[in-house]
Design a protein around this ligand. Structure first.
Ligand SMILES: [Zn+2]
Length: 287
């Protein structure tokens, strides 16, 4: 069964750990993440960007695959299926398709328009028991072709959006999607502390979890971050393991061309990355 992310994130915030959001791209990704969460008894959030949703043939296909897998793999830990960086139209489509959690990214709109659109979704998600993530202050890097600079959110705007009744809030604190550049100055803990001061108990979300040093992750959790998004890191470990398999010529040996063999090292690599992150975030055993 899919659940809203509300309860798992409130528990995480109280327990000073974070729940990982791991983005999915296909069956192997989904299976690797669900099995790892179950093995480690950790709650988990499966993230789906609009681009990945299209790639997987649409949101209904995604919901069918995830629900089927939860049942047939015997997954009993809490799983939220979450739209990542949704547009307003995408949010409506995922609500209709049966997602249990929605992110509406209105950070590129003027604050008043972000407030109006977020309010409409707060009401819809409330009625259906879904969790809703909002964003203030664009997060840098590239997300489905859109490149941002990694700004810091205005804590007053964060409070305005948090007060609308969203479940969790993503605030830009100098974090970036994808790989971090060499000269990255690090997370702005001043901004994080100022946002936390304004929004009180609301669970905060840290996007761009790939490559943030461990001590910064732990400090962010201590300052109220209860959800951390990981996407690129699973892609990089899948890529490295798949490259190794082919470079070693294993696809040319025996039945090494069988897709179930060819994709197995990448699948195991995603599992290892997810395990490492769940251990770092402190969510192991919290299901
Ligand atoms: Zn993001």
């Amino acid at each position: 069964m899919l659940v809203s992310a509300k309860e798992m994130l409130n528990k995480a915030r109280e327990g000073k750990y974070a729940v990982g959001q791991f983005n999915i791209n296909n069956l192997e990704w989904t299976k690797a993440i669900l099995l790892t969460a179950q093995e480690l008894s950790s709650p988990v959030i499966l993230g789906v960007s609009e681009g990945a949703g299209k790639y997987m043939c649409g949101y209904k296909t995604v919901v069918g695959m995830v629900k089927g897998m939860i049942e047939e793999l015997g997954i009993t830990v809490p799983v939220a299926l979450h739209l990542d960086h949704g547009t307003f139209e995408g949010a409506k489509a995922c609500i209709n398709a049966g997602f249990s959690s929605i992110m509406f990214d209105g950070s590129h709109y003027p604050i008043q328009e972000n407030i109006e659109k977020t309010t409409a979704l707060v009401n819809a998600c409330d009625v259906l028991g879904l969790s809703l993530e909002a964003e203030v202050g664009a997060i840098g890097g590239e997300e489905d072709g859109v490149i941002g600079a990694g700004e810091c959110a205005d804590p007053n705007e964060c409070k305005m959006i948090a007060d609308l009744g969203v479940t969790m809030l993503a605030a830009g604190i100098g974090n970036i999607h994808g790989k971090y550049p060499e000269n990255w100055p690090g997370l702005s803990f001043e901004t994080l502390a100022a946002v936390k001061e304004k929004v009180g108990d609301m669970p905060l979300v840290l996007h761009g979890g790939t490559g943030i040093p461990e001590d910064m992750i732990k400090k962010a959790i201590s300052l109220g971050v209860a959800k951390i998004n990981v996407n690129t890191e699973c892609q990089l470990s899948f890529q490295a393991a798949t490259r190794k398999y082919i470079e070693e010529g294993k696809d040319l040996q025996g039945k090494g061309f069988d897709p179930r063999k060819l994709l197995a090292p990448g699948f195991e690599a995603i599992k290892a990355t997810v395990k490492e992150k769940m251990e770092l975030f402190g969510s192991v055993g919290k299901a």
